[in-house]
Write a protein that binds this ligand. Structure first.
Ligand code: C5P
Length: 215
């Protein structure tokens, strides 16, 4: 039994990877499964919140009674988040957003035989969705995620400060992508605490309880 810790609250969550097109049939993405973000959406809904889930491409079923909005690119995720952020109490950025998109994506399928061989892809930066929301005057309580391959304790604390958010959640290692369990490290103004290895749904419930206690 979980008490309705988030009754009357509105929670906006990003989840999954983004997909950045190269041409109409090819693109650049990453190994995020979306499982952690979906588990958090489910846990927030269980805790009584009205939940909006902005999701990149995943193979997951929609959580019960959660408003799910599907997007492909980081720019689309950014635009949907900004059009839904008004009136939200909590924003949890779990998505593994592509740092770059392909600036010269082709409207037509690239041909193996065309030109002088290899396509020449150019990259440009995607907007930082979390940093944008964290900079809003009426910002919701912002929670970020970080997947670090090394020095999690140092990088996690730094990332929290750089993004100017009260709570940053670190995943230990890159082993989390696609897995059903995880270890979370919560960074805040007072330092960090660890939520030991457990299933993503159990960790999601603990994290939601932790966030509710901070509001
Ligand atoms: O800086 P880094 O990408 O490691 O930060 C990860 C955190 O920032 C995650 O919460 C992720 O969802 C969010 N993020 C974002 N938009 C980006 C890049 C990251 O919202 N373009």
């Amino acid at each position: 039994f979980q008490p309705k810790l988030l009754a009357g609250k509105r929670v906006l969550i990003t989840a999954g990877p983004t997909f950045e097109p190269i041409d109409p049939v090819r693109g650049m993405t990453n190994l995020s499964s979306g499982k952690m973000g979906y588990a958090l959406a489910r846990a927030a809904r269980e805790a009584g919140a009205a939940v909006t889930l902005v999701s990149g491409p995943t193979a997951l079923d929609s959580p019960y009674d959660v408003q799910r909005i599907n997007v492909q690119t980081a720019q689309q995720m950014h635009d949907v988040v900004l059009s839904h952020v008004g009136g939200q109490d909590i924003f949890i950025a779990v998505a593994a957003v592509a740092d770059w998109r392909i600036a010269n994506a082709s409207a037509q399928k690239l041909k193996k035989s065309s030109g002088d061989g290899m396509p020449k892809l150019q990259f440009e930066h995607n907007p930082d969705i979390l940093a944008t929301v964290a900079a809003l005057p009426n910002r919701p309580y912002c929670v970020g995620f970080a997947a670090e391959s090394e020095n999690l304790l140092q990088h996690g604390a730094e990332k929290r400060k750089n993004k100017n958010i009260p709570l940053l959640v670190g995943n230990i290692g890159h082993q989390t992508f696609g897995q059903d369990d995880n270890v979370l490290v919560l960074f805040d103004d007072n330092g960090h605490i660890e939520l030991p290895r457990a299933g993503k749904q159990a960790l999601a419930r603990q994290l939601i309880a932790n966030i509710a206690a901070r509001l």
